[in-house]
Design a protein around this ligand. Structure first.
Ligand SMILES: Cc1cc2nc3c(=O)[nH]c(=O)nc-3n(C[C@H](O)[C@H](O)[C@H](O)COP(=O)(O)OP(=O)(O)OC[C@H]3O[C@@H](n4cnc5c(N)ncnc54)[C@H](O)[C@@H]3O)c2cc1C
Ligand code: SF4
Length: 558
């Protein structure tokens, strides 16, 4: 039997609210729903094998929304955030030097005092336990694979993916049909570049009259370092080297409990050079003379990567559609200069929940919760994003050095006067349109990894604990299978080989010496679900869809 043959009908379950994605946004929404309407049934599906398995963040976390959501969390024995920020440092890096910027010139909103350093994965596990205690049904290992629409076009819920289909489409012995989860309202909390969110934004034109969403790829490693070098509470950011002035991005290093250090690097996905590899830029960053000594004698524990939204205020789509809403980074609430989005994810989940409860109490279902859309720009969420709305466009337009100075001045103006003479700047083109042809770029050469401080992709995927059932349909769909070789290879050198941090994409030559007879190979089992290919492919030819639930990375505490 093949998947093309008539499949058995799906079973269905009815809930008041269906939530897709157990990140901070989805779980905050679930908790708030139950706090305000204990009688409402709420279900959360999560594609990771367990809660937190697919969560990757920095993370320095602004606790303000947690204080509102769970006022007693600071007294909780099991609280996931224990390390308070004690020192904040900003550097501009050159190849051999580092210039520390005085803290007083930084806009006040960049100050991290009062914030906590920790693992967002552990925050999510903590929120999950709180949600379950309130009666929320949480189904980890289930991907939201399909949006269900009613006859009038409203969203009625989602279906989880079928399990047990082989690579060639035949049904295996353990085949299990997905389940339909029907809700009066469906909240999409998939994080950056959600696959259902992408469909809904296109179907309902939610991004009409908005600037294009912008993204970065964030790469992160967790290290246990020499105790004598560990400074719990230290937060360090840099920009500049190894990126050129036209390429946006920067690093973070956060010291927290148990001699742990989170080190990461973000590259803005509007980079122009098709020979750039964000993964290798990250590895090279660690070799800087100021950075490398920190890791001497240390051990890398984990690696991962995830897209981060960067469009901010002017790119947030309309949040509501008939039957549901977008919350968290599925809509894009990251404050880019602060490199923080988890506080806004929680705020947006709470705000959406409050308006959903009002609608449920009024006996409504499957309509637009327009009050949520109307509320966010005037809320704490909107105020947080409004002040920094020009930082990213200025960086993109004027490059790192001038862009950061201008962005800083603009943020100060917004802090002091509540406005800026620049108004709200546009982002311009989407990230997939920014690559220059190979012929116009100087190829970037990366040093070989040493296996101690710097690593290759495959050993990195290994420590991300990534695992997929191998005999399943490829979850990386090519709209036109000929494009990688016919268009992307001659024009850009097929950049998927370089922007994918997990060695999923390869070009293999029939005759390696002559570089002839090229073939595009997709090693889908390595995918760490960062979504970069869905964003950056210049032809917008790659469509990331969820693989069988439970597949993907299994991050311990990222
Ligand atoms: C490298 C990096 C560093 C960052 N540093 C910081 C920081 O220091 N401080 C900070 O505040 N923020 C930081 N952020 C941003 C922050 O991580 C995000 O803003 C936040 O995680 C967004 O929360 P969310 O709940 O919207 O999405 P996510 O945290 O991405 O959670 C979404 C969840 O939904 C699940 N999911 C997705 N699609 C489906 C589906 N179809 N079916 C079922 N489940 C699905 C995912 O597996 C995931 O568990 C950083 C981000 C990155 C990438
Ligand atoms: S295949 Fe795409 S989503 Fe998967 S790791 Fe590579 S770039 Fe990220």
């Amino acid at each position: 039997m093949t998947a093309g043959t008539r499949l058995p009908p799906r079973e269905s379950m009815d809930f008041a609210v269906v939530i897709v994605g157990a990140g901070p946004a989805g779980l905050a929404a679930a908790i708030r729903l139950k706090q305000l309407a204990p009688e409402a049934s709420v279900v959360v599906v999560e594609k990771g094998a367990e809660l937190g398995a697919h969560i990757l963040s920095g993370a320095v976390i602004d606790p303000a929304p947690l204080d509102k959501l769970l006022p007693d969390w600071r007294q909780d024995q099991d609280r996931p955030l224990k390390t308070k920020v004690t020192a904040d440092r900003f550097y501009v890096l050159g190849p051999a030097r580092a210039l520390r910027l005085p803290n007083f010139i930084m806009p006040r909103l960049m100050n991290n005092h009062g914030n906590f350093i920790g693992s967002l994965g552990n925050v999510v596990r903590f929120l999950g336990a709180k949600a379950e205690a309130l009666g929320v049904d949480i189904f980890p290992g289930f991907a939201g694979a399909e949006v269900l629409y009613g006859p009038a076009g409203a969203v009625l819920g989602i279906a989880t993916g079928d399990v047990g289909i082989s690579r060639n489409g035949s049904l295996k012995s353990g085949f299990t049909r997905g389940i339909e989860l029907h809700g009066k309202y469906t909240l999409i909390a998939e994080g950056a570049r959600g696959s259902l969110a992408k469909e809904l934004i296109a179907k309902f034109g939610l991004d009409k009259n908005r600037e294009p969403q912008k993204f970065g790829i964030g790469l992160k490693e967790l290290w246990r370092i020499d105790p004598s070098l560990h400074r719990p509470g230290l937060v360090q950011h840099s920009f500049g080297w190894p990126l050129d002035n036209r390429t946006g991005g920067g690093s973070f290093i956060y010291h927290f409990e148990d001699e742990l250090v989170a080190v990461g690097f973000v590259v803005h996905l509007n980079y122009w050079n098709p020979t750039l590899s964000p993964f290798d830029e990250f590895q090279r960053f660690k070799t800087h003379p100021m950075i490398a000594p920190l890791f001497a004698g240390g051990q890398r524990i984990s690696f991962g990567a995830r897209a981060i939204t960067e469009g901010g205020w002017q790119s947030v789509p309309k949040l509501v559609f008939p039957g549901g809403a977008l919350v968290g980074c599925a809509a894009g609430f990251v404050n880019v200069p602060r490199i923080k989005g988890s506080h806004n994810a929680i705020f947006s989940g709470m705000l959406a929940a409050e308006h959903v409860v009002a609608a449920l109490k009024a006996g409504r279902a499957h309509d637009e919760i327009i009050a949520y859309e109307e509320a966010w720009r005037g809320s704490a969420l909107g105020r947080d994003l409004y002040k920094v709305r020009n930082a990213k466009p200025l960086w993109s337009k004027f490059g790192t050095r001038a862009g950061i100075v201008l962005g800083g001045v603009d943020m100060w103006m917004n802090e002091i006067f509540g406005t800026s003479p620049l108004g709200t700047l546009a982002h311009g083109q989407p990230d997939h349109a920014s690559l220059k042809p190979l012929a116009e770029a100087t190829p970037i050469q990366y040093p070989r990894p040493d296996g101690k401080l710097t690593f290759d992709r495959l050993s990195s995927v290994y420590v991300s604990n990534t695992n997929h059932e191998e005999d399943q349909p490829c979850h990386l769909h090519l709209n036109d299978p000929s494009i990688p070789i016919a268009r992307n290879l001659p024009e850009f050198g097929e950049p998927a080989r370089l922007y994918c941090p997990a060695a999923v994409y390869e070009v293999v030559y029939g005759n390696e010496a002559e570089q002839s007879d090229p073939r595009f190979v997709i090693n889908a089992q390595n995918c760490v679900h960062c979504k970069t290919c869905d964003i950056k492919d210049p032809a917008q030819n790659i469509n990331w869809v969820p693989p069988e639930g439970g597949g993907g990375p299994n991050y311990p505490n990222m």
